[in-house]
Design a binder for this molecule. Structure first.
Ligand code: ADP
Ligand code: ZN
Ligand code: ZN
Length: 732
């Protein structure tokens, strides 16, 4: 007789499971169920079975419904989420439910609207109906239909039988058929087969190294400059791994914007395999469908942003993390996990390789490679031999007259490119670059009433807007401080830069890429298409443009303002700026034309620029590591924050003082610092503070955090103060 009590994880902020009566449902661990909770019902996940409960049996309620026709979430994925919830000090039930597609948190996941079409593979075409089990008549009928129809959509399959889709998926699992999204790619056969280049020696070496150790856990740091052929290496590894019948590869990418290009490249190379993407730009039903294809093992390639690291993948054999240094792998609210770190744990548990690729690895990863925890592999040359490394120079802004923020040298270089019909990119560092409203008489600057931040001028909409909380107001006629009417925007901003350039270079075709100009869906894709079609001469943009895009005719990159980042109090600012500039520099001269990068700065002698000029990541990284070791910063110590915010700082202070005292009492090896306020003291009307903990080993921190969090959860202020633990924080 199976046990009668179910242990169920629910999306509630309590770190425990809930007991329910099983009734006569035959559920498994990982199964979705609906249970009564308080006055409502909730979706939960079965985590275990018991004969007894700490509550009286009569008090337990039976589950309302069990979704037994769905595949349960497998133990490997459940364990990974459990590990992460513990490590990042977050309630397990919430971590688990938020890792699922939204549709699975609702009672009945609606059927996906996106159409999939099925087609036989080479193996399938060689197959014989006699090889299929006699008792699986639907599968046989679907197979026969595919033999004559060549391609069948799900709607066509539905005409055969209500279980025809399932049968088609089984054929996919057997390797006899493939499924593709119809809208996305049209007919499978119409994808132009990709030309597969011969690997150069460096690439071949890298591929060989990883392949010969591909049946065990091994973390590889692939350090390769932009254009050195890292993506080609990923594809060869995937090809090797996916030769096995039951294999899946997970490719993590930092941003949604980057998935379409990589997806297109993978699709044309692996036209015969089922590839799905997982990111927040998908509709709810697409996301569910893709997730289910991944969970069933049918999808062989899964390309996704950070959350996809928690997707159940029964045949996972390789994880690739592109741009591994990117900070968007770290979630900044609810469970503050780092997808790269979770991926390492997952790979270790599964005994599979994980490849971290970057031109500018995170110092944490570089340190791990230097201390031989990771294998280190290099790609030092650009893969297309003709492609030259760009020439990088600084322009000293203290020695020339600027025209609306532009130096004569940069303007001259832009004119030259126009004359040669080549393209230019002006790169703006988003932080500290937006135009603010300044009173010329008293120097008042329009502040946000809810954040410690300045409002940004949006001339187009004649509005002031806060980029942190979204607060908007009209541009005032007079200075609220002194009454003077001489208010004007100061600072550059992409919009003003665009206006300035339009005046200076009236013939240039200019496009701007920033949050405003691409807020419409597909706007970015359209602009990038115009750049590719040579309909744009000068592209102005922020971080968004630094990555991934490949423009063969782009030969000049101008970098307008980096100095605020050079003097940031954030100890990671230098590392980030270097990575960003290396990446934008990589945009120049990708094809056969030599590129030039011009950086405007008041500090041309900063060591960062020296390293950048010779594109020497390694020596710069080693210098930064030495500095961090001297001052005992990460990666030489492990840190965690207890963050808190409330309407009044006094409450925050009181709560953090308690946390501070408690943390001190719990350990003598972990350093605990007094409460302080972050750079952004107020955000969205909330007063903020934190305490910092640091320790020479992860485990010491974990040992302290666990009991600390237990006491904080029941503290009398815990309901008045919004608080969170941030393990391995990236931002302070
Ligand atoms: P990365 O990912 O390091 O930026 P890519 O893999 O995108 O580099 O390669 C840059 C360019 O070089 C691409 O256009 C790619 O098709 C090409 N490429 C990569 N490897 C080779 C090779 N072995 N032979 C010829 N071209 C290559
Ligand atoms: Zn004033
Ligand atoms: Zn604000």
């Amino acid at each position: 007789m199976p046990k009668s009590i179910l242990k169920i994880a629910l999306d509630v902020p309590l770190d425990r499971l809930f007991d329910y009566l099983r009734g006569d449902a035959s559920v498994q661990v990982g199964q979705r169920v609906l249970v009564p909770f308080g006055r409502r019902s909730q979706i939960g996940i079965v985590m275990g079975f018991a004969d007894t409960s700490e509550f009286a049996i009569e008090k337990l309620k039976p589950i309302a419904q069990a979704f037994v026709d769905e595949l349960p979430i497998d133990a490997e994925a459940l364990n990974l989420i459990k590990f992460s919830a513990d490590y990042y000090q977050y309630p397990f039930g919430q971590a688990l439910l938020s890792a699922l597609p939204a549709r699975l948190r609702q009672v009945a996941p609606a059927v996906s609207r996106k159409q999939y079409a099925y087609q036989l593979t080479v193996l399938g075409r060689q197959g014989d109906i006699a090889q299929l089990p006699k008792n699986q008549s639907v599968r046989r009928r679907v197979f026969a239909a595919l033999q004559s129809a060549d391609l069948m959509t799900e709607t066509q399959l539905d005409e055969i039988s209500s279980s025809a889709r399932k049968a088609a998926k089984q054929l996919v699992a057997d390797g006899w058929a493939v499924a593709q999204q119809v809208q996305a790619v049209g007919r499978v056969a119409e994808i132009a087969p990709a030309i597969v280049p011969t690997l150069n020696d460096e690439q071949q070496l890298v591929v060989n190294c990883i392949i010969q150790a591909s049946h065990q856990f091994k973390a590889w740091l692939l350090h390769g400059i932009t254009g050195s052929g890292k993506t080609e290496v990923y594809m060869r590894l995937m090809q090797h791994i996916l030769q096995s019948k039951e294999a899946q590869v997970l490719v993590l990418v930092p941003e949604i914007n980057l998935t379409p290009q990589l997806e297109a490249r993978f699709r044309s190379r692996f036209a015969h395999l089922l590839l799905v993407s997982l990111h927040s730009n998908l509709s709810e039903s697409e996301r569910l469908h893709h997730w289910q294809l991944a969970q069933s093992g049918a999808a062989q390639i899964i390309i996704g942003t950070r959350l996809s690291i928690f997707t159940p993948l029964p045949h996972l054999k390789l994880i690739i993390i592109d741009e591994e240094h990117d900070s968007s792998y770290k979630q900044q609210d609810s469970m503050r996990y780092h997808a790269r770190d979770v991926a390492l744990v997952r790979a270790q548990r599964l005994k599979i390789p994980v490849v971290l690729g970057s031109a500018t690895p995170a110092l944490e990863s570089w340190h791990n490679a230097a201390s031989q925890k990771y294998g280190l592999l290099h790609l030092k040359q650009r893969a297309v031999t003709a492609a030259q490394l760009p020439q990088i120079d600084c322009i000293d802004t203290t020695k020339v007259n600027l025209q609306n923020g532009l130096t004569p040298q940069l303007i001259g270089a832009l004119k030259q490119r126009l004359a040669r019909k080549e393209q230019s990119l002006l790169f703006i560092n988003r932080r500290g670059y937006s135009p603010v409203l300044l009173c010329a008489a008293c120097h008042w600057i329009a502040p946000c009433s809810r954040c410690s931040a300045r409002l940004v001028v949006h001339l187009g909409q004649r509005k002031l807007r806060c980029h942190h909380c979204g607060h908007e107001q009209r541009i005032p006629q007079q200075c609220p401080s002194c009454g003077d009417a001489d208010l004007h925007p100061t600072g550059h901003g992409t919009q003003r830069l665009e206006q300035t350039l339009a005046q200076l270079l009236p013939n240039a075709r200019i496009a701007r890429v920033d949050r405003d100009s691409i807020s419409r869906k597909n706007a970015l894709v359209e602009i990038l298409d115009r750049v590719h079609n040579q309909e744009i001469d000068i592209l102005i943009g922020t971080q968004m443009l630094a990555k991934g895009h490949d423009f063969p005719n782009l030969t000049l990159v101008g970098v307008i303002d980096t100095d605020s980042a050079l003097h940031s109090p954030d100890f990671r600012a230098g590392e980030r700026l270097f990575a960003q500039l290396m990446q934008v520099a990589g945009r120049a001269g990708r094809a056969d034309k030599a590129g030039q990068v011009l950086i405007q700065t008041a500090f041309p002698d900063n060591p960062l620029f020296n390293a950048l000029r010779i594109q020497d990541y390694e020596s710069y990284a080693n210098t930064l590591l030495q500095e961090r070791e001297q001052v005992q910063f990460p990666p030489f110590v492990f840190t965690a924050l207890v963050r808190a915010e409330a309407n009044e700082y006094a409450l925050v202070q009181q709560f953090l003082q308690f946390a501070f005292a408690r943390a001190r009492s719990l350990s003598d090896v972990v350093m605990v610092y007094e409460p302080v306020r972050p750079q952004m003291e107020r955000l969205k009307g909330m007063e903020r503070g934190y305490i910092l903990l640091h320790a020479p080993q992860r485990l010491m921190l974990q040992k302290l955090l666990n009991p600390l969090v237990q006491t904080l959860r029941v503290h009398k202020l815990a309901s008045k103060v919004r608080w969170a633990v941030d393990v391995d924080p990236l931002e302070f």
